[in-house]
Design a protein around this ligand. Structure first.
Ligand SMILES: [Zn+2]
Ligand SMILES: [Zn+2]
Length: 167
């Protein structure tokens, strides 16, 4: 994913707005394979200040996730921000405290940073719906679809054992 900076570098404009999509099938996180449900969208701008050029963008993506409660697969949508300073590839960055995008030949390539922002923004635990009722611990029925008649009080054998200890 490349953004053309020529108009900014020629000083024809002070700001370039862009909106692009990245057709990724999947990426690998530390623990999982993230499979996308649609192309990743990146929209934002590159602008100039007195000394530097900066990039600000919103990355939005949809991926397949399993609900932490009912285990059903659903499409989760996430938005995250990406921003940092632009530097020419020939310059070496001496600062670690800033996010840097390197550019060359009046073009900045941001794919790597987009992928990093996705990996950093992946939620730890997700629900198909905030009100998801999950699965019955006894019969395993999806309680969002159907009620069951299990007595949840007496369900968990580990809890039952504990109860014996205290009785
Ligand atoms: Zn659920
Ligand atoms: Zn049940």
């Amino acid at each position: 994913m490349k953004i053309d900076l020529s108009r900014l570098i020629d000083r024809a404009v002070y700001k370039i707005d862009f909106e692009q999509s990245l057709d990724l099938e999947k990426i690998q996180s530390k623990t999982d394979e993230i499979v996308f449900a649609s192309p990743v969208k990146v929209r934002g701008s590159v602008y100039e200040t007195d000394e530097n050029m900066y990039l600000d963008a919103v990355v939005s993506y949809e991926y397949y996730e399993n609900c932490a409660r009912c285990l059903k697969e659903f499409v989760n949508r996430v938005e995250t921000v990406l921003s940092g300073r632009l530097m020419e590839t020939s310059q070496l960055s001496d600062t670690d405290d800033e996010f840097v995008f390197y550019y060359d030949n009046e073009q900045v390539e941001i794919t790597e940073q987009v992928l990093t922002s996705i990996l950093l923004s992946l939620p730890m635990k997700t629900l198909c719906n905030d009100d998801c009722r999950g699965l019955c611990l006894v019969c395993g029925k999806d309680l969002n679809i159907e009620e069951c008649s299990c007595d949840i009080q007496e369900v968990d054998p580990r809890l039952a054992k504990l109860k014996d200890l205290f009785d």
